[in-house]
Each structure stands twice: as C-alpha cells, then as structure tokens.
Design a protein around this ligand. Structure first.
Ligand code: ARG
Length: 401
C-alpha cells in the first residue's frame, strides 16, 4: 500500500516539484499524479510547464489562471486590513498560499484524489500555510510533503531526477531563493543570509535603483471604494491592471523595497528582501484615507484587529473562524472608506501629499485657527478639569505629603 492513490501536486516546473513526481510514484507508491500550476502572474510560461509535468510522469497537468481572484479576494482584503507583518512585510508571498491550497482542494475533489502534495521543505512558512489551508478546506484529504522528508541535498535531488529523465537546470541556478507573483518578489538565501551584507542591485526586478530613477517627481491619485482600490488618476481599473500599473509607476521611482529580519512560524529568524511596490503604496494610501473617514476610536481599535489579522495570514490561518469574524469587523469599518489619495513618487519615496472623501469627517470649521472657527473654547477648561480630576487627586495624596 502506498501513501495515497491519486494525488494532486502543486507544481512550479522547478527541479524540486518535478522530482516530487517520480519520488511520489517510486518511493511512496502513489499511482496517479495530477499536477496543478497556478498562474498568479509569476511571469513563467505555463505551456512548457504543462508539458514538462507530463514528461516527468504526471497523468494530467492542470494550469489555472487565478490572477484576478488573487488580487480581488486575497490582496484587497489584506489592504483593507492594512496588513504589514512585523510592521513591514505586506504578505505578497503569504497571500498566494491559501489560494493555491483552495485550487488544490478543488482539483482533488473534482478528480477524486485522496491526497494533495506540495514541494515545501521543513523550515519555511509555506508548508504551514498549505497544510493548514488544505486541512481547513477539506480535512479528509491527506497532505503529502515529500521534500520535507526526503533529506536530499540539492545535488542529490538533481541526481535523483536525472535517473528519471528530469533534466538538471540548464542555467546555473540562481544563488537565491526567489518567489514571485503579481504582488511582488521575495528573495532570500545565498549571500543575503549574512544580515550585514547589502543586497546587490541585480536581485531586484520590480524596482529601479535610485541612481536610475527620474529626476522629476511624479504624482498619482488612487481612488478607493469602501476600502478597495478601484482606479488610478480617475480611471477605473480592474484589479490586475491596477496592481500592474502601480507596480510599474512606483517601481520606476525606486519605491517598494524592504530588507528585514523576520520571525518565521517555525521559530527561525530569516533575512528576507522584498519588493512589492503597488501593495505597499496601496496599504499606506488606504490607511491614510481611513484617517479621514473613520472616527478615532474605530481607527485605534482596528489597529489591534489588524495586528491579529496580519499574524493569522502569515501563520497559515487564512481559513479559520477567527479570521472570518475579523473579516466581518473589517468590512463593517470600510463602509465609508471611499475617496482619493494623492501620492508623490520621487527618488525611492512615496509620499502622501493629499486626500479627499465625500465621507470625510474632518471638520474644517472645528480644526481651523482662522476666523470662522466654530469650536467652543470655553468648553475646554471644564473638560480638562474633569478629565484630569483623578490625576489631581492622586497627586495630592502621594506627592503633597
Ligand atoms: N518569508 C516570506 C513569507 O513567509 C517569503 C517566503 C518565500 N520566500 C522565498 N524567497 N522563496 O511569506
């Protein structure tokens, strides 16, 4: 008896996921393997990937274009939550995993597979996101993670593949581990493992080096509807176009890079470089529009919700009762978050320089220092008397002995 009969394997076309095919068949006794490649805008040609899977021994090779769903149902909710893991990482890789888990489970159900498989190793976050996502969506489906158990080095993996006709990588493979989709790129390993080593320019692709950015600033206005970005410069755009255009614009000005040491789910600290220009701009712009349209108490309370929400996405709990409940809270807060935020890009910076909304609760006649001031100045003294009363009593008792 093998570990499973029929398996849907998350497939990228790389050596590791390719080797998973003969490995699952020969070492773990799997009879049929269907591969699934999700197109999330990673820029790979998926046609050749499909053929490659069949050459490696898959009985069927699926390619799913999930780009629109990725932005609409995963990136946009995260923007509404201003989600920045450890205050910096906008989850560009993490957000793709629950979607891929869903595609795997859907395919397994459709093709009657008893397991799904992925090529994650034991040290990363993605294994957690896949395993928990799959379990939440269908707890009866087994998850197989051969690369977590096989214990082969890179060379041994390549040699294993060659025994089954899997060609070793033609190009000298990159010294980095790179994950890419429409939202951005995550780059780690190689010389980047030394936290003191500056990231070399050649690792970047979405963002220009400051030395190559325009000498003139450029402005963009981002339109939001109920917390969701819907257009740029007054032009309504679909989710994919909006992200793509904003990536180009912000990236051209060298904005969108992050260099951080982050805390992984498995307890390891890792040094990761990100570039996610559009997503970062959108989160900052969205948060700014909230400051114009939400009351102070909602804004401040939401910060705590956002923190939890962000950690849950990072830690693989996208599909969970608490996350769903928090979605309910966040969606409710977004009813009035519509309007426009004006951004200036220049030399690696994205500066918010203006905002407006029909739902603005900024009251000029209360804020102004000018003549048409409507604030009741006399009320301040009484307010402070009562507000400060406990402090005054405490001070008299403790300091005035
Ligand atoms: N650390 C990021 C995350 O957990 C990215 C993981 C993938 N990174 C990579 N370079 N392959 O979401």
């Amino acid at each position: 008896m093998g570990r499973a009969n029929k398996v849907v394997l998350a497939y990228s076309g790389g050596v590791d996921t390719s080797v998973c095919i003969p490995y699952l068949q020969n070492e773990w006794g799997v009879k049929e393997i269907i591969t699934l490649a999700a197109d999330l805008g990673q820029g790979d040609e998926l046609g050749p990937i499909q053929e490659k899977a069949l050459r490696c021994g898959a009985v069927e090779s699926l390619v799913e274009d999930a780009q629109e769903e990725f932005i609409k149902d995963f990136a946009f909710p995260s923007i509404r939550a201003n989600a920045l893991y450890e205050n910096r990482y906008p989850l560009s890789t993490a957000l793709a995993r629950p979607l891929i888990a869903k595609l795997l489970v859907d395919a397994a159900e459709k093709y009657g597979a008893d397991a799904v498989a992925h090529g994650c190793t034991a040290k990363g976050n993605d294994q957690v996101r896949f395993d928990l996502g799959i379990a939440a969506l269908n707890p009866n489906i087994k998850v197989l993670a051969p690369a977590r158990e096989w214990g082969m080095t890179r060379e041994e993996t390549i040699a294993y593949g060659e025994r089954f006709g899997i060609e070793s990588p033609v190009k000298k493979s990159s010294p980095y581990s790179i994950d890419r989709n429409l939202l951005g790129r995550s780059i780690e390993a190689g010389i980047l493992e030394d936290p003191m080593t500056e990231p070399p320019e050649e690792i970047f692709d979405f963002t220009k080096s400051i030395a190559d950015t325009p000498d003139e600033p450029e402005y963009v206005e981002i339109d939001f509807e109920k917390g969701t970005p819907v257009g740029l410069n007054g032009k309504i755009l679909g989710p994919i176009e909006l992200i793509t255009e904003l990536n180009t614009l912000a990236g051209k000005h060298g904005y969108g890079r992050i260099d951080m040491i982050e805390n992984r789910v498995v307890g390891i600290k890792s040094r990761e470089i990100y570039e996610a220009p559009a997503l970062l701009v959108l989160i900052h712009a969205h948060r700014d529009l909230e400051s114009l349209t939400l009351t102070g108490d909602v804004t401040q309370y939401k910060r705590g919700i956002e923190e939890t929400y962000t950690r849950m996405i990072y830690q693989g709990l996208w599909y969970s009762p608490l996350k769903e409940a928090l979605d309910g809270f966040i969606d409710k807060t977004q009813e009035n978050v519509s309007g426009t935020v004006r951004i200036k890009f220049f030399k690696g910076n994205s500066t918010i320089v203006g905002r407006r909304s029909d739902n603005s609760i900024y009251a000029p006649d209360l804020a102004t220092y000018g003549a048409d001031d409507k604030f009741d100045h006399k009320a301040a003294e009484g307010f402070i008397y009562i507000w400060g009363l406990p402090t005054k009593v405490w001070s008299q008792k403790t300091r005035n002995k």
